[in-house]
Design a protein around this ligand. Structure first.
Ligand SMILES: Cc1ncc(C[n+]2csc(CCOP(=O)(O)OP(=O)(O)O)c2C)c(N)n1
Length: 584
């Protein structure tokens, strides 16, 4: 045993490793990504980035069939993608322990919506554990595998951003080696056609009854009796906020939040004068406690966004805990495409073409912000192609070209089926695959088009062009998006095609390139202040004296995109070849 300062994600990975996890799969997504990145570095684990969360879930489920303790991790919206296998694997049950880690993002720090995954546990009828710090995250990850095997059910481990990324002390242990029995054919358990599924449905209720007993006995549910004037029932990171805001209040911290430990809850409720539930996001516990007939008092806490000790103190009408403002004088850093991002040129061209740009999720979503303002929609991963096809078929875009734009990782995640659909149904929209050779937005994870795996091994170099051709796209071209004219030409040709066309814009993410050419600078005499380069939205370019362009040479990576839009030759290379005398 040793003590280490770990984030919730690191602790979950460690707990799973100690439990002897053999196979782990995930699709990256903040705030869950580091779980797999950590597991990939641990001895004895096969860890992989799956193409999407559904596939990741199925990989883990298959490994569990084969007697390997398995883990799948994702962010909350990933569980929507993986929901199909989730609901039915609740019926089949597992081979060796199967743990599903889902990290919610209250407050949407890096997500397109806010979801409370606790509802999924109840909806799919699978047990759920909710850690409140890193130490519990490790212990629960370990315990979740044992619980999964005792109950013959997948177990959901729910985290939230503060837990996943916050650090606290963890006592870690050694790894147990525990391979389960090899796969045996058991069709009545694993083949979910109606006759078998009906029997497993009844069996699921029996397993849930056992899970409820486990919940009553769970060491993770702890009643802490202090002043009994107020009793707070809470779970997860909300427990920490309650302890800060209401240090005198009695608390019942629920570790297993599906099924709920009804007797423990009733006993706690009977021992306090006022009973309040403090929970982040949906009134998940509140509605269940009210259904039990318990007198839960509504103190008016919001169900939108993150909780905080201050918000809890305000709801209870007590002094907020002392907080210290740190780093108050930092300059604002609004999100934007990086200087030299190869996506920029594509959006510049699409904007000029007055295309309706049906976007997707990735770094490129930032093109929706001014000055590029080059995106019309962004809904969920992979949505761009289907939505563009629907819009094009509706005729609602009139004469304007309809262009779907998505990254290489998103294309692998859920773009392929949309593209096949558009081809099959005789669409005529254009699809742009922004192939920057990486899953950039979530921190540079590999994907099937990068030629490397999460374990650092070489993977087959799957060619996006060949994939599109195989899906029936007649018109596929490849351009370097740093070259603006050829990019615009390829896009114009693609939108003119009478059928579905694909343009693959291929240039590595600028952050993958370690060495850059000399930066550029503006020749003030030649600059007319027309603003064309500023409209590219590069963070290295701003307006200076007399509204003329200024390039911050510490940010400029020499991509040459701005040089190509300047009609006056006012942007020139610095360094030895500089052809103006540094008038700035
Ligand atoms: C269902 C789902 N899973 C994961 C995410 C997190 N996520 C947002 S964008 C993105 C990948 C973007 O990569 P890519 O499409 O290659 O574009 P890039 O950022 O490299 O430009 C991921 C994994 C999400 N939003 N939704």
């Amino acid at each position: 045993m040793s003590h280490t300062l770990l984030s919730g994600n690191e602790a979950i990975a460690h707990g799973a490793w100690e439990a002897g996890v053999l196979v782990a799969a995930a699709y990256p997504g903040t705030p869950s990504t580091e779980i797999l990145e950590n597991l990939a570095r641990m001895e004895g684990v096969h860890a992989e980035w799956a193409t999407n969360e559904k596939v990741a879930f199925e990989v883990a489920a298959g490994a569990s069939l084969g007697g390997a303790r398995s883990l799948v991790a994702m962010k909350h919206v990933g569980l929507n993608v993986a929901a199909d296998p989730l609901f039915t694997i609740a019926y089949t049950g597992v081979g060796a322990g199967l743990v599903v880690v889902v990290a919610d993002d209250p407050g949407m720090h890096s997500s397109q919506n806010e979801q409370d995954t606790r509802n999924y546990a109840a909806f799919a009828r699978i047990p759920m554990l909710e850690p409140s710090d890193s130490s519990e995250a490790r212990a629960m990850a370990l315990a979740a595998f044992e619980l999964s095997e005792r109950l013959d059910m997948p177990v959901l481990l729910r985290s939230t951003t503060r837990l996943s990324h916050g650090k606290s002390l963890v006592e870690t242990g050694e790894r147990q080696e525990c391979r389960g029995p090899a796969y045996v054919k058991r069709a009545p358990k694993y083949v979910m056609m109606p006759g078998n599924a009906r029997r497993r449905r009844i069996d699921l209720e029996e397993r849930l009854r056992k899970a409820a007993d486990e919940s009553e006995r769970s060491p993770f549910t702890v009643a802490e009796m202090r002043d009994t004037a107020v009793g707070v029932i809470t779970s997860g990171v909300a427990y920490q906020f309650v302890r800060e805001a209401l240090p005198e209040a009695s608390t019942l911290k629920l570790g297993m939040t599906f099924p709920l430990p009804e007797q423990k809850i009733r006993a706690f409720a009977a021992a306090v004068e006022r009973l309040v539930v403090v929970e982040e996001l949906d009134p998940y516990l509140t509605s269940r406690l009210l259904a039990l007939g318990l007198p839960v008092e509504d103190v008016g806490l919001s169900h939108i966004g993150e909780l905080s000790p201050g918000a809890i103190a305000a709801a209870f009408g007590v002094e907020p805990p002392e907080t210290r403002e740190i780093f108050t004088d930092l300059p604002p850093r609004p999100p934007m495409l990086c200087a030299g991002c190869p996506h920029r040129g594509v959006f510049h061209a699409l904007h000029k073409m007055d295309a309706v740009i049906i976007g997707d999720i990735g770094c490129y979503t930032l093109a929706s912000l001014p000055p590029l303002s080059a995106m019309d929609t962004c809904v969920c991963m992979g949505a761009s192609i289907g939505m563009a096809h629907g819009l094009e078929r509706s005729g609602g875009a009139g004469e304007r070209p309809v262009v779907a734009v998505l990254g290489d990782s998103t294309f692998a995640h859920s773009g392929l089926t949309g593209l096949l659909d558009a081809v099959y149904n005789g669409g005529a929209s254009t699809v742009v695959v922004l192939d920057n050779r990486i899953t950039a937005m979530t921190g540079h994870q590999d994907n099937p088009f990068t030629g490397r795996t999460l374990m650092g091994e070489t993977a087959p170099d799957v060619d996006i062009v060949a994939v599109c051709t195989a899906l029936g796209v007649a018109d596929v071209s490849v351009v370097d998006p740093n070259l603006l004219r050829p990019t615009e030409k390829a896009l114009r040709a693609a939108v003119a095609a009478p059928h579905v066309s694909v343009v693959v814009t291929r240039a590595p993410c600028v952050l993958l390139t370690k060495e850059h050419p000399d930066p550029f600078a503006v020749d003030e005499e030649a600059c007319t202040a027309c603003g064309e380069c500023v409209r590219m939205g590069c963070p290295a370019i701003s307006r200076g004296r007399d509204s003329k362009a200024v390039i911050d040479t510490t940010q400029c990576v020499g991509c040459r995109q701005c040089v190509q839009v300047c009609k006056y030759g006012a942007i020139v290379r610095t360094g030895p070849s500089c052809d103006f005398k540094g008038r700035s």
